[in-house]
Design a protein around this ligand. Structure first.
Ligand SMILES: NC(=O)c1ccc[n+]([C@@H]2O[C@H](COP(=O)([O-])OP(=O)(O)OC[C@H]3O[C@@H](n4cnc5c(N)ncnc54)[C@H](O)[C@@H]3O)[C@@H](O)[C@H]2O)c1
Length: 343
């Protein structure tokens, strides 16, 4: 692989702008930015001398394009990732992998067939706060009782509440925690029990959304080592309430409290140790490491499409548990037979 990679960004919103910036810092040449909203594409492309398009069809034909960042709303991740893979490009697709298991499996099949790399943007893996959490985790023993509270007012981006677009917080937000906890507990959960709510059901801000996603949930995850995780999540509080995210991790030897991602505190028999985040941008690390992986072929710690699928199964198990009012093992989440043929 040549040294300077050529990049195309699909979706020129917040994530597209971020990816463009970090690809250039990593050493890539930004070749094109695509968004049906041409003004947005132009605003991201112009500072880097790149071209703006309303569709990726043309830029994906170019030989000087090596890698594509898919930064569209989630329901489009499959379509654009597959198009880029089929055009022979490597892909970094924002998290979550997709809205449905069938979409995600099609992405995996396209990656296998094309022999290109498809990585999913679980950038929290590269957050200094996560590294510190993994370091402190050794000091609290087993099993761990984990708890995360994530709460915010109705999100200003309405697609985040749309079951058919970004899928609501169980798919869009909790995927980060599920992925972090796979690392922390070294395993997928074996049982998920959840209660779900749509606090925003009758709020006028979301009147235009036909299929509102659940916006609030209480989730319990059981891990094979006896650890238990609980998540309380809501994006359905009154608009304007600023987001919070707090975690606690208790084990026989100590307690970790985490004000994500700024501050961690470990309390154990050695005393109290505090850690403050140094502010390294996890997207920057993620994109830099993917750049290196593409140049030297050595696998870094970016999430694979398979990792993304496992996490999606946990989100889908939460939704299934809410619907069926019973515990669900994420391993039960499989493609329905009629969908297998097209996956
Ligand atoms: N890693 C993280 O923590 C994180 C944070 C925020 C968002 N995300 C994910 O990134 C993705 C994008 O989120 P965002 O916050 O940047 O959204 P956004 O709304 O800011 O941007 C999305 C962009 O996609 C464009 N778009 C819509 N339809 C398109 C199409 N058919 N083709 C090309 N572009 C199209 C929109 O015009 C918009 O410019 C989502 O999947 C979201 O879950 C990840």
């Amino acid at each position: 692989m040549k040294r300077q990679l050529g990049v195309v960004i699909i979706g020129a919103g917040d994530m597209g702008a971020r990816h463009a910036h970090h690809w250039v810092i990593a050493g890539a040449k930004l070749i094109a930015v695509c968004d049906p909203n041409c003004a947005r594409a132009e605003a991201v492309a112009a500072p880097f001398g790149a071209e703006a398009y309303d569709s990726p069809d043309e830029p994906l034909k170019r030989d000087d394009v090596d890698v594509v960042s898919v930064c569209t709303p989630t329901f489009l991740h499959d379509e654009y990732s597959i198009q880029a893979l089929e055009a022979g490009k490597d892909v970094l697709c924002e998290k979550p992998v997709a809205l449905t298991l069938a979409d995600a499996e099609r992405m995996k099949a396209a990656a296998l067939k094309s022999r290109r790399k498809l990585r999913i943007g679980f950038m929290r893996r590269f957050d200094p706060a996560y590294h510190q959490l993994m370091a402190y985790r050794q000091h609290i023993g087993n099993p761990v009782l984990a708890q995360a509270t994530i709460a915010a007012g109705i999100r200003p981006k309405l697609l985040m509440h749309d079951a058919m677009a970004n899928g609501g917080p169980i798919i869009d937000m909790c995927c980060h925690i599920f992925d972090q906890w796979v690392g922390l507990f070294d395993s997928q959960p074996e049982s998920v029990t959840a209660y779900g709510y749509t606090f925003s059901q009758n709020k006028p801000e979301l009147e235009s959304i036909k299929q509102k996603a659940l916006d609030s949930a209480h989730i319990t995850l059981n891990y094979p080592d006896g650890s238990v995780g609980q998540i309380q999540v809501s994006w359905g509080l009154p608009a304007g309430i600023a987001p919070i995210e707090h975690h606690t991790y208790m084990g026989p030897d100590g307690l970790i409290t985490l004000d994500w991602p700024q501050q961690l505190t470990l309390r154990n028999s050695a005393g109290t140790t505090r850690w403050d985040n140094n502010g390294v941008d996890p997207w920057k690390t993620e994109i830099m490491l993917f750049y290196r992986e593409l140049v030297d072929g050595e696998r870094r710690h970016l999430a694979t499409v398979g990792d993304g699928i496992e996490v999606l199964k946990t989100s889908l198990a939460v939704l299934e548990s809410v619907a069926r009012q019973r515990a669900v093992n994420p391993a039960e989440i499989v493609l329905k037979p009629e969908l297998k043929e097209t996956a």
